[in-house]
Design a protein around this ligand. Structure first.
Ligand SMILES: Cc1ncc(COP(=O)(O)O)c(C=O)c1O
Length: 390
């Protein structure tokens, strides 16, 4: 074998069956080979186990799929290269021309865009309500055949809580699928409800360290099998190395989530006492308008604390810029604390009524609380508020 051949056929290393690594290796291979054509064809006909092409299946992804679906209490999962890809892919897989979708004002901006603009191009219509409009939800589901309702809880950024029991009950009665973007609540919440499809941005709490993107669609086997047919050819697959990093992040998921929630509650209670803070929205606070509903539905309350500071854009912007431990950055759920001033929270495309329902005002600031020492965070918030109003 010449060296140019050798470098393309490197020596194989066999690991004995009774000598397994404690951390599964990364199958950083696009292709998997069977010994002959007939076995390859048996695999393609679904008559045997195996792997062929990593866009469709890869063992490193399979491990993460099994872990996430078990945590969420369902039996199957599809992984994508980002959280937003789960929204696009699942909407395209579940909807067809002529379908109607129930959408919510408080949903993540790209979710609204996908339904309002992308699905609209293919003849899918929608109704957009506030997640708090329970009678509106009942009316739409009763009056209009609806393919699916896509929603979040807690919502981004103002942490409104969807009444999941109410929504799933009325959706089921109307033959409407429920799709919950469960990114903010995490895999350990909401599994007991009759949700058909859970979406997660793995970029947030799952990877946890702000260094890798990914997404998961979790549902029962039959629904995933039906969706896989359309989602495979979309080609938004997760790379095995990213899957490995997310799998590693999941080892500390509960420790991080619990600690971030404890920090968030402590920060929320602290800010609620501050004279420059008009309102604090954190579902774990008794003052949150849906605290009781959040307690019924969730084991814990997440790491997002959204406040309205006295004054408007100027004061809120100065506050965000004065913070030293909070970086002005997108995303949430990482180990480090982040801040989003109102200038970056406002999104377009709302009517005046919808803008009011979104509750994002000129002094609204979103804080994503990390794993720093809680006293250091409070000290930083104190000096930030002082500077904002000096
Ligand atoms: C609720 C929610 N869903 C989905 C996403 C999209 O995730 P990604 O950034 O991984 O595409 C985000 C991102 O901020 C989000 O907040």
């Amino acid at each position: 074998m010449k060296n140019t051949t050798l470098v393309n056929h490197p020596p194989a290393v066999e690991v004995p069956d009774d000598n397994r690594p404690l951390v599964a290796p990364i199958y950083q291979s696009v292709k998997f080979s069977f010994d002959d054509t007939s076995e390859t064809m048996r695999y393609q006909r679904g008559e045997r186990e195996g792997f062929f092409y990593s866009r469709n299946a890869n063992p490193t992804l399979t491990q993460l799929q099994r872990l996430l679906s078990e945590l969420q209490g369902r039996d199957d999962c599809l992984l994508t290269g980002s959280g937003v890809a789960t929204i696009t892919a699942s909407m395209l897989a579940l909807c067809k021309a002529g379908d109607h979708v129930l959408l919510f004002v408080e949903s993540y901006g790209p979710t609204r865009y996908i339904v309002q603009h992308l699905l609209a191009k293919f003849g899918v219509t929608h109704t957009m309500l506030s997640i708090e409009d329970l009678t509106g939800i009942e009316r739409v589901l009763k009056d209009r055949p609806t393919r699916l309702a896509i929603f979040e809880s807690p919502t981004n950024p103002v942490t409104k809580i969807a009444d999941i029991e109410h929504l799933t009950r009325h959706a089921k009665a109307a033959g409407c699928l429920t799709v919950l973007d469960n990114t903010f609540a995490g895999f350990h919440n909401h599994g007991a409800y009759g949700i058909d499809v859970y979406l997660h941005s793995l970029t947030k709490y799952a990877s946890g360290h702000g260094d890798v993107m990914g997404g998961a669609i979790i549902a029962n086997r039959e629904l995933i099998a039906a969706m896989r047919k359309d989602i495979g050819p979309i080609g938004a697959a997760l790379d095995p190395h990213a899957a490995f990093l997310i799998q590693r992040g999941m080892r500390t998921y509960f420790l991080r989530y619990e600690r971030q929630c404890a920090n968030a509650l402590s920060v929320a209670e602290f800010l609620a006492q501050h004279r420059r803070v008009k309102q604090v929205r954190y579902p774990g606070l008794k003052s949150h308008p849906q605290h009781e509903l959040a307690r019924r539905q969730m084991r814990d309350f997440g790491s997002i604390v959204t406040i309205d500071v006295d004054g408007g854009y100027q004061e809120a912007g100065r506050f965000a810029e004065s913070l030293e431990l909070f970086s002005i950055a997108a995303s949430v759920g990482s180990t480090e604390s982040l801040v989003m001033p109102p200038q970056l929270l406002h999104s377009g495309g709302y009517s005046a009524e919808q803008r009011a329902q979104s509750l994002v005002g000129k002094g609204t600031v979103r804080l994503s609380i990390g794993l720093e020492d809680e006293d250091d965070l409070k000290q930083d918030l104190t000096q930030g508020l002082l500077q904002a109003f000096s």
